[in-house]
Ligand binder design. Structure first.
Ligand SMILES: Nc1ncnc2c1ncn2[C@@H]1O[C@H](COP(=O)(O)OP(=O)(O)OP(=O)(O)O)[C@@H](O)[C@H]1O
Ligand SMILES: [Mg+2]
Length: 251
């Protein structure tokens, strides 16, 4: 799909509302994400960060409002949904690799099945991507033979293999041992530097400072504050952000 390179945001959420039963989990969310922009989403547990990500690729339906990717409204179902969803790469906290497939097969599966690439083309591209995330030597191994940090980098390569227009990361380093966090963050900083549009749920302030254009602070299903990283971390405006930052900074 060709990009429509106009001034339109790549991702637009307008008036997005979602409920889980009585719980109003996303409340009047308006958020535009420009091409190449890196947005870090931060906020307390239960504030709706994961739900926001999942709504963007329609793993969760929304009850009210509109989400568009590159000008196309996310459809409810069917072929068009599958196509639009393939434009949105997602990396979760848990690595979700297929345990019984090799690393190379994990990365080529989507391109062959969904993007209809030939096996040879998909493998060539997969090896390039595995090289880019620093795990090319592991291509013929199985996920359980890799460290958590390596598996998460494979998950990033797998998402990139679909040539997504935007990448969503939901706490990609929070299940990792501390010494593996930076190897994953470094890959993400590199991606950001290459111009990938990214939405990243993380409490890693170092990443936000190095790579984010904007920080979006959520609480209680709402976007409470939006600011540049430095301004947000040094001089948050809302009491809720101040309170939240005082808690995470003491850890
Ligand atoms: N499938 C679901 N059914 C019902 N309630 C849900 C469901 N998924 C999430 N919730 C609730 O919606 C709220 C927002 O959840 P969400 O996972 O988006 O928060 P979060 O900001 O990602 O939190 P965390 O930092 O803990 O990951 C929470 O109160 C959660 O319990
Ligand atoms: Mg979450």
């Amino acid at each position: 799909m060709t990009s429509r390179s106009n001034g339109e945001p790549l991702v637009r959420l307008s008036g997005v509302n979602k409920w889980f039963g009585d719980l109003h989990v996303l409340q009047d969310i308006d958020l535009d994400i420009a091409r190449g922009e890196v947005v870090v989403v931060i906020g307390p547990s239960g504030s709706g960060k994961s739900t926001l990500c999942r709504a963007i690729n329609r793993l969760e339906p929304i009850e009210k409002g509109e989400i568009t990717i590159d000008g196309d409204r996310l459809p409810d179902e069917g072929k068009q949904l599958a196509r639009l969803r393939a434009d949105v790469g997602m990396v979760f906290q848990s690595f979700n690799l297929f345990a019984h497939k090799t690393i190379l097969e994990n990365v080529t599966l989507g391109p062959i099945k969904v993007r209809k690439q030939s096996k040879a083309d998909a493998e060539k591209r997969a090896r390039e991507l595995l090289d880019r995330v620093g795990v090319s030597a592991q291509a013929d191994k199985y996920p359980a033979q890799l460290s958590g940090g390596q598996q998460q980098r494979v998950a990033i390569a797998r998402a990139l293999a679909m040539e997504p227009k935007v990448m969503l990361f939901d706490e990609p380093t929070s299940a990792l041992d501390p010494e593996m966090i930076n190897e994953v963050l470094d890959v993400m900083v590199g991606l950001a530097g290459d111009g990938m549009t990214m939405v990243v749920v993380t409490h890693e302030m170092g990443f936000a400072r190095r790579a984010a254009n904007r920080v979006v602070f959520m609480d209680g299903g709402r976007i409470v504050e939006t600011a540049e990283p430095e301004a947000f971390f040094t001089n948050p405006q809302s009491d809720r952000a101040k309170d939240f930052l005082s808690k995470i900074l003491t850890h």
